[in-house]
Design a protein. Structure first.
Lengths: 398, 456
């Protein structure tokens, strides 16, 4: 194998393909990045696979001699990232890969290509979705996914497809984020569900914003058998023109929580705050709330008071303008307390100038969503308005 | 030239100095659990009472003085205790009753000084020097102690032994020397005389291992230990332990009385009658323990974020494993889930002697759980989906361990004298009644219910 490639194109593709490589691979070959030159015309395919996630990038190179080689992905990523801005020459020399760029020269041992597992086939395409909308929606939802591996189901983002509507949902049982958006299904009337590891999904969506669309491929456990469900994404990287990126990830098994019943139809009261200044204020008072001890919010007709810290500990308070309206009998004031980190996650995910906080009681979940529906937003229903962040308050027993 | 390290003189820290007056009090309730039982169960007054685990591997927690005459003492196995004193009333502990009484007593101690250091439910140090008492002469302290004993008797009906001395060590030894219902002040300057003739096991930190090593160098009494050069003791016991004991043997103790710290953890543990190697059974027990821990936390209005599991293997190796949540919880299922997972990481194939579940990192707030909000309107299906395995069913029928408080719609308040074969035998009496009558009921009798203890 022998090829020449542009430095930036190479570095970006290697970074993409190597990003999911395991830190401590169960078998040595899984630490490898597979380079295949010429097998698909004048292109280089870079692939990685750890039996959970596969990643694949294709870039244009000048192939002098087709062939393939498996090298340490981590090392190749570090090297390619540090190369000078000059063409990169890669050659297989016996059991070694020689990489030269300008006057820099690296010799890397190869791993046995024949031992490398076959990457899973991309399932059939289910539809396409706007790359930016997808990236935003996934980041809004993934923030609420659990990180506790003892409840694997909650470490996933639930994707529900119903014709041209997609619902993304994630919860760590303390908050629940739900986003609805539209997409272009491959066939009308399709219906499917999938549970995708949240971290992988968030990384993927972020890395595929180079093109206009991301295509989603799905084979759910139903047709493939339990534990065999697979979702694939294809799109373009940051610098769009450099070929296609594809990735597949195994779906999580297990029954997802019935979260829809948690979303209330109405609320007793709601408050509207200016998101940026509210975020700043929460961050400030939370300085005295170590280990995410609660921040207390007290809403009156036109103000919200933020407080943190109790007793002999450091304390902080700040008040801000806010609108507060009760749907039932007029309420003098309304107090509720939250984990400040969860509150900030929600405010930042709402991604709107004003945030509407909807309440029922101080012990029931509050809903955060973008406030002030503008005229145009009513038309583009598929955007920010369809995001809800349900946050369970903190109960103070003191 | 000498290096700094070579020049370093042998470390001789300044000797701790006990105070010049006997201003540290040690209060120790006499046979506390048993005394509370005798107070609340008039028919048991003056009779041998043994409180503790009543199962095969149960251990005596407290024996009344009447039972002690038969050679029964705490930490003895329940089997041996029964053999020595078959006529004794064997009762399961009623911790809520003991806690309620303990609170009353600790409050009385806090009237003497803000510096009260509880060691357990029935034992505490009090630093009188911090209490603004004008007269801390031996007689003055004796008067304070006598008044305390009287108030404890009035308020709780119990007797307390009180010792006072110039240090914690002396105060504790004083309360012990004059038990039960004792009052002994060891004046400043009399420490050596008081200590000299006592067995060395009276010193804190001298257990079976240390006392065996001390016996090997001819030390049986505290006086023997005090007579040795410090270096010999250090050679036998190591630097820290050796020096510490040598100082205590000389009555040199300046440990401060530390006011009650907030509790740092809530835990329960059980020693099994037979070693258990079945992970499913252990998990079920861990579930039940998680419920007990959470129950206690909730009563104390606490939550916690670190769950730990303690196990003891047949060879007495004790292991602790813990996991920390992102936010404090008081949800039994969350605690149970982590406990089960931690237990799963332990090799239980050889069986466990003991299992414990605890929660630490305590807070006074709880991050609400969307799926536990209240089961009425929070999606029961969601709940079911989260619970991969069904939690072992809580016993639906009330349990009636001996000693438990019960209420009968017709006969009022009583306690379980025995239960079995579907029958419960109850004696109807309270601390304010004469010894009461005994009646038996079917376990299923709906008029009979477990009840909280009668408190003042």
């Amino acid at each position: 194998m022998k090829f020449q490639v542009e430095r930036d194109v190479f570095a970006e593709a290697v970074a993409w393909a190597a990003r999911t490589l395991p830190q401590r691979p169960p078998v040595p070959v899984l630490a490898g990045l597979l380079l295949e030159a010429g097998s698909t015309g004048g292109a280089l395919a870079l692939s990685s696979f750890d039996y959970e996630v596969s990643a694949n990038a294709e870039i244009d190179v000048t192939v002098a001699e087709p062939g393939r080689a498996l090298v340490s992905g981590r090392l190749l990523a570090e090297i390619s990232r540090s190369l000078p801005a000059q063409p990169v020459d890669v050659t297989v020399d016996g059991a070694r890969v020689v990489l030269s760029c300008g006057s820099a020269r690296f010799t890397l041992p190869t791993l046995p290509v024949d031992d490398y597992p076959t990457l899973p086939d991309m399932p059939s395409t289910a539809g396409t979705i706007g790359a930016d909308v997808f990236a935003t929606a996934v980041s809004q939802v993934a923030v609420a996914a659990g990180r506790d591996d003892t409840l694997p189901v909650l470490t996933g983002v639930r994707i529900e497809i119903e014709d041209d509507r997609v619902t993304l949902a994630a919860t760590d049982r303390y908050r629940l984020a739900v986003r609805e958006l539209r997409w272009q299904p491959e066939r009308a009337g399709m219906s499917a569900v999938a549970l995708v590891p949240a971290r992988t999904l968030a990384d993927t969506a972020k890395a595929l914003t180079g093109g206009a669309q991301v295509s989603v491929a799905l084979s759910t456990g139903d047709d493939a058998g339990a534990g065999q469900g697979l979702i694939g994404f294809a799109g373009k990287g940051a610098a769009g023109q450099h070929g296609e990126r594809r990735t597949t990830t195994r779906l999580l098994d297990g029954e997802y929580v019935k979260y829809r019943s948690l979303l209330p139809d109405n609320c007793a009261a709601y408050a509207q705050v200016e998101t940026a200044s509210f975020v700043e204020a929460v961050k400030r008072v939370a300085l005295v709330a170590p280990r995410n001890t609660p921040v207390r919010l007290t809403f009156t007709a036109d103000q919200v008071l933020l407080e943190a810290g109790t007793g002999e500990d450091a304390q902080a308070s700040e008040s801000l303008d806010s609108l507060f309206e009760s749907n039932d009998a007029p309420v003098e004031d309304f107090s509720i307390a939250f984990n400040p980190a969860y509150l900030l996650d929600g405010l930042q995910a709402v991604d709107a100038e004003t945030t509407r906080l909807e309440f029922t009681t101080p012990t029931k979940p509050a809903i955060l969503r973008g406030g002030k529906e503008s005229e145009s937003a009513a038309h583009e229903q598929d955007l920010r308005n369809d995001y809800r962040y349900l946050l369970m308050p903190v109960r103070l027993s003191g | 030239m000498t290096t700094p390290a070579a020049r370093r003189a042998p470390q001789s820290a300044p000797l701790p100095r006990p105070r010049g007056e006997a201003s540290i009090l040690h209060a120790d309730l006499d046979a506390f659990y048993a005394a509370v039982e005798q107070r609340d169960k008039p028919s048991l007054r003056g009779k041998p009472v043994i409180v503790g685990g009543t199962g095969g591997r149960g251990v005596v927690a407290t024996a009344s003085y009447e039972a002690r005459e038969f050679g029964v003492h705490s930490a003895m196995s329940a089997v041996e205790a029964r053999a020595r004193c078959p006529k004794a009333a064997f009762l399961s502990p009623r911790f809520d009753a003991y806690q309620a009484t303990s609170r009353v007593i600790m409050d009385l101690l806090r009237e003497l000084s803000p510096l009260v250091e509880p060691l357990s439910l029935d034992e505490a140090y009090v630093d009188l020097a911090a209490g603004g008492h004008p007269d801390l002469s031996d007689d003055g302290v004796r008067a304070i102690a006598a008044a305390l004993k009287e108030r404890v008797r009035e308020r709780t009906g119990l007797t307390v032994s009180v010792g006072a001395g110039s240090s914690k060590l002396i105060a504790k030894i004083a309360s012990d020397l004059d038990k039960p219902n004792g009052l002994l002040v060891i004046g400043a300057g009399d420490e050596d005389d008081a200590l000299r003739g006592l067995p060395v096991t009276r010193l804190p930190g001298v257990g079976p291992a240390t006392s065996a090593r001390l016996r090997a160098i001819g030390v049986n009494l505290i006086g023997d230990l005090a007579a040795l050069p410090e270096a010999d003791v250090v050679a036998a016991l190591g630097r820290t332990h050796g020096r510490g004991l040598w100082l205590l043997a000389h009555g040199l103790d300046d440990r401060a009385v530390v006011a009650e710290r907030e509790s740092k953890s809530v835990s329960v543990e059980d020693t099994f009658e037979h070693d258990i190697a079945d992970l499913n059974r252990l998990s079920a027990i861990a579930d039940a323990m998680a419920r007990r821990v959470v129950d206690r936390m909730r009563r104390a209005r606490l939550s916690g974020r670190t769950v730990s599991v303690k196990v003891r293997l047949p060879d007495f190796t004790t292991l602790t494993r813990s996991a920390t949540l992102p936010a404090p919880t008081d949800d039994a299922r969350t605690v149970a889930r982590l406990a089960r997972q931690l237990l799963g990481d332990v090799d239980v194939s050889a069986g466990l002697r003991l299992l414990g579940v605890g929660v630490s990192g305590l807070s006074d707030w709880t991050q609400g759980d969307l799926f536990a909000a209240d089961t009425d309107d929070a999606a029961p299906e969601a709940e079911a989906a989260l619970e991969a395995e069904p939690a072992t069913a809580a016993p639906t029928r009330p349990s009636y361990p001996p000693g438990r408080d019960v209420h009968h719609d017709e006969f009022g308040h009583g306690w379980v004298q025995g239960a079995g074969s579907g029958w419960v035998t109850v004696r109807f009496e309270t601390r304010d009644t004469p010894p009461g009558k005994v009646r038996s009921f079917r376990v299923t009798d709906s008029r009979l219910q477990p009840a909280p203890p009668v408190t003042d």
